[in-house]
Design a protein around this ligand. Structure first.
Ligand SMILES: *Cc1c(COP(=O)(O)O)cnc(C)c1O
Length: 388
C-alpha cells in the first residue's frame, strides 16, 4: 500500500561519501571556521562561472549575499528597488534590511519571471536598482533588463538562488548584474547546508562585501591566526556576521564537482515528467528558450479546480497522503500580512503572480531520486489530478 512507502522528502540533497569524508577531514584538521576550504570553494566557484577569484565572496546564505550586495551597492536610504512578487520572502526582506524600499513588478504568465514591461512601468524618480530572480532556474530576459538598467542608471542585483547552472545567450546568470547572489541551502542545486556566494563585477565592491560579511573587519581570522604570525585587524565599517565556515565549504567542494552530473539527472527527470504529464489538464513548465541554459531547479505544475479533480491545496494534501513531499514556489509575496500591513500591498495588484501562486505546486526533482521514485511521483500526480 502507498501508506507504507517511505516519505519522499521534497528537495532532499544528494550527499555522497566524498562530502562526508571531507567534513570529517575538516573536523580532524581542527580548523572549522573560515579558512582554506572556503578559499578553495570560492576559487572553484569563480572558475565554474568564468570569473577570477577576486570577483566572488562566500557567505553563510543567499539572504546574506543579497543584504551585503545591497549595502555594497551604496544606494541612498529609501531608494526604490524593483523586484518580483513570485519569490521567496528573503529577496524582499534583504531590500528592507538595507534601508531600501521594495517595489513589485508582475511576472510573465508562461515563465514566472519578472516582466520587463512591468519593470519599466514601475520605475519612478526614486528607483535605483532591479533585483531579478531567475525563477525555477530559467533565466530572466537579461538583454531587456540590462537595457532598462542602462537607460535609467540602475544597479542590477541578480537573485541566482535557483540559477547556479543557468545561462542566457552564452553568459552565466550572476554576471549580468553588478552583483549575483547564489544559495547553497539544503534544497538548492549545490548544497553546503546553509551557504551563499556573492559574485560581483567590481573587485573593489566585492572586497567591501567581504569586509561587510565579517563584522567590518579588515582581515579575516584565518589570516590573523594562521602561521604567518599575529596580525591586528581594524574595524572599518559596521558589518555583519555572515562568513561561511570551512565545515560548510567541505560539503560544497564536492557538491560543486558534481554540479553537471546532478544537472543532467534533473534534466532527465524533467523530461520524463514532461512526457508523462503531456495529456493531463495541468500546466507544466514552458520549454527553455533557445540559446539559454535552464537550471532545472523547480518543476512546477499549475493545478486548477476548474480543469482538475482537485484544487491546489487539495493536490498538496493528496500528495502528502501518498507520502510524497511537495512545495509551493511561491505564494505571491503580496499575500503575506507583514507586507500588506507595511506597504498596503494587495495580491490583486500583481494578478499574474497571484494566480500562479494560488495554483502552483513543485514536484520532487532531486538528483538522488531513483527511477522508481520518479514513477511513484508520476503515478500519484496522474491519480490525484484525474481523480482516479
Ligand atoms: C532560497 C532562496 C533565497 C534564500 O537563500 P538562503 O541561502 O536560504 O538565504 C533567496 N531567494 C530565492 C529565490 C530563494 O529560492
Amino acid at each position: 500500500m502507498a501508506q507504507e512507502q517511505p516519505f519522499l522528502v521534497f528537495g532532499a540533497p544528494a550527499i555522497g561519501e566524498e562530502e562526508i569524508a571531507e567534513v570529517v577531514d575538516c573536523m580532524r584538521s581542527g580548523w572549522l571556521g573560515t579558512g582554506p576550504r572556503v578559499a578553495r570553494f570560492e576559487s572553484d566557484f569563480a572558475a565554474y562561472r568564468g570569473v577570477g577569484p577576486q570577483h566572488v565572496a562566500a557567505v553563510n546564505s543567499c539572504t546574506a549575499a543579497l543584504h551585503v550586495s545591497m549595502v555594497a551597492a551604496d544606494l541612498e536610504p529609501g531608494s526604490e528597488v524593483i523586484t518580483t512578487p513570485l519569490t521567496f520572502c528573503a529577496t524582499v526582506n534583504a531590500i528592507m534590511h538595507a534601508g531600501l524600499t521594495p517595489v513589485l513588478a508582475d511576472v510573465d504568465e508562461a515563465t514566472g519571471n519578472i516582466d520587463p514591461d512591468a519593470i519599466e512601468a514601475a520605475i519612478t524618480p526614486r528607483t535605483r536598482a532591479i533585483v531579478p530572480v531567475h525563477f525555477a532556474g530559467r533565466p530572466c530576459e537579461m538583454d531587456r533588463i540590462v537595457a532598462i538598467a542602462e537607460k535609467h542608471g540602475l544597479v542590477i542585483i541578480e537573485d541566482c538562488a535557483h540559477a547556479i547552472e543557468t545561462e542566457y545567450h552564452g553568459t552565466p546568470a550572476g554576471r549580468f548584474g553588478d552583483f549575483g547572489c547564489f544559495s547553497f541551502y539544503v534544497t538548492k542545486n549545490v548544497v553546503t547546508g546553509e551557504g551563499g556566494m556573492i559574485l560581483g563585477r567590481d573587485e573593489e565592491k566585492i572586497a567591501r562585501a567581504r569586509i561587510l560579511a565579517l563584522h567590518g573587519m579588515s582581515k579575516d581570522a584565518w589570516h590573523r591566526f594562521g602561521d604567518a604570525g599575529y596580525k591586528h585587524y581594524q574595524v572599518v565599517e559596521c558589518g555583519f556576521k555572515y562568513n561561511m565556515m570551512d565545515m560548510q565549504a567541505a560539503i560544497g567542494l564536492h557538491q560543486l564537482a558534481k554540479v553537471e552530473k546532478h544537472w543532467l539527472r534533473r534534466q532527465a527527470i524533467w523530461a520524463r515528467y514532461d512526457e508523462a504529464f503531456a495529456d493531463l489538464p495541468i500546466i507544466t513548465p514552458a520549454p527553455p528558450d533557445a540559446d539559454t541554459r535552464h537550471g532545472y531547479h523547480l518543476y512546477t505544475i499549475r493545478v486548477d479546480a476548474e480543469r482538475c479533480a482537485v484544487d491546489r491545496d487539495g493536490f498538496l494534501n493528496a500528495m502528502n497522503a501518498r507520502r510524497i513531499g511537495t512545495g509551493v514556489h511561491y505564494l505571491s509575496v503580496a499575500e503575506h500580512p507583514y507586507y500588506q500591513d507595511t506597504f498596503g500591498w494587495r495580491a490583486e495588484d500583481w494578478p499574474v503572480a497571484m494566480r500562479i501562486g494560488r495554483e502552483t505546486s513543485s514536484l520532487p526533482l532531486s538528483p538522488g531520486m531513483t527511477d522508481t521514485d520518479v514513477e511513484r511521483v508520476i503515478e500519484a500526480v496522474r491519480t490525484v489530478v484525474l481523480g482516479l
